[in-house]
Design a protein around this ligand. Structure first.
Ligand SMILES: Nc1ncnc2c1ncn2[C@@H]1O[C@H](COP(=O)(O)OP(=O)(O)OP(=O)(O)O)[C@@H](O)[C@H]1O
Ligand SMILES: [Mg+2]
Length: 349
């Protein structure tokens, strides 16, 4: 492993995972995670104050665990990267404040980075440098977007996004309707394996011909969520037991169909040969399979990081940090703010 590649420590606290990753260039050395997800489960969603407190408690031991796992010290690190946004304001603040403390104490350059760019950059740890340009399908708890990535260190063009719910949010809400636990993606994924994806024809938002001029690359999952709710209500009224596996499989199929169809269209329209899929929903087994099938049919290369790197983690922050250091990007100022609404186009603050 050449030591000329930057050794970067990444800190992620945008939601309910305290993630500390350490990478050297494209090589993952450590990915320590402390999650407060169990503390939120009974509320059916992430409680910001609970998440912030948990980050505070987990920060120092998780950083130490990552350093130990990687077999390095803070003094060895070339740079520190931290999620500066988007995310929960209080949760982001804990990570940014900790990163500033470590950067000042160890005299290291600090990069405040975009969480969403990090979801794309993490793929390089598994599949090597991302060919540019690439189309990125970013699907997570808070976002669903199609991006043209010309240069991951700075030039990212949003092509489209959800006009209502994010894909992960739809999974979480539909899981709740079906009596499945939070977060809803993993239990729907598991339950759907025993179901028929063609059992119920749920709507495919913004795919009609009339939607193409204005919304070719946009998504809408709110109508789908409502359709599932109506279907479940109707079954209840008729006294019929809800076929949970069929509903889960048919819902999942509708989401994955739209996501992959639009992502492939974006690649073909723009003449881009690589699709990269990132964010928590990219862990979905049906989305992964359908993306692979449809890209193969269209002659496109597809890259999807392994499921453990799709959901929030520190390695993804370290990965974009290493990419920025290698690209010669200037570090952030030490008074960098946490920005809960950081735009997709700002890769480094
Ligand atoms: N196997 C899966 N199938 C579908 N969805 C999944 C799966 N695993 C996780 N998810 C969903 O991914 C989301 C969490 O993703 P991630 O951790 O990237 O989101 P986030 O950080 O909360 O949101 P954002 O990245 O937009 O700030 C949740 O909505 C969860 O239900
Ligand atoms: Mg995320």
């Amino acid at each position: 492993m050449p030591d000329s590649e930057p050794l970067v420590l990444g800190i992620e606290t945008s939601c309910d995972e305290t993630g500390i990753g350490i990478v050297r260039g494209h090589t993952l050395l450590a990915n320590a995670l402390a999650s407060s997800v169990d503390e939120h489960a009974r509320f059916g969603g992430v409680v910001p104050e609970v998440a912030s407190r948990a980050h505070l408690e987990a920060m120092v031991p998780t950083v130490q665990r990552a350093l130990d796992d990687a077999g390095v010290t803070l003094a060895d690190v070339d740079a520190i990267a931290v999620t500066a946004g988007p995310g929960l304001a209080g949760a982001l603040l804990v990570g940014v404040a900790a990163a500033k403390g470590y950067a000042v104490a160890a005299d290291k350059p600090l990069y405040g980075v975009n969480h969403l760019a990090a979801h794309v950059a993490v793929d390089a740890l598994e599949h090597g440098p991302l060919p540019e340009p690439a189309i990125a399908l970013l699907v997570s708890g808070g976002h669903s977007s199609l991006l043209l990535v010309e240069d991951l260190a700075g030039r990212v063009e949003p092509l489209g996004a959800t006009i209502d719910d994010a894909a992960g949010e739809a999974f979480d809400k539909v899981a709740r309707l079906l009596g499945l636990p939070f977060p809803g993606g993993p239990p729907i994924d598991r339950t759907a394996r025993a179901g028929d994806p063609d059992a119920i024809a749920f709507p495919r938002g913004l795919t009609a011909a009339k939607d193409q001029p204005a919304h070719r690359y946009d998504f809408s999952f709110s109508g789908l969520k409502t359709a599932v709710a109506r279907w479940v209500e109707a079954a209840g009224r008729d006294g019929v037991p809800v076929p949970v596996a069929d509903v889960a499989a048919s819902f999942q199929e509708a989401v994955c169909d739209v996501l992959t169809r639009k992502a492939v269209a974006a690649c073909l329209d723009r003449g881009v040969g690589t699709l990269v899929v990132g964010g928590g929903v990219a862990a979905n087994s049906r989305l992964r399979r359908l993306a692979e099938e449809r890209c193969a049919r269209a002659g496109l290369a597809v890259r999807i990081p392994r499921p453990g790197l799709c959901t929030d983690n520190g390695a993804m922050v370290a990965a974009i940090g290493a990419h920025l250091v290698a690209a010669g990007a200037a570090p952030s100022r030490l008074d960098l703010p946490a920005d809960s609404a950081l735009p997709l186009t700002t890769v480094v603050v």
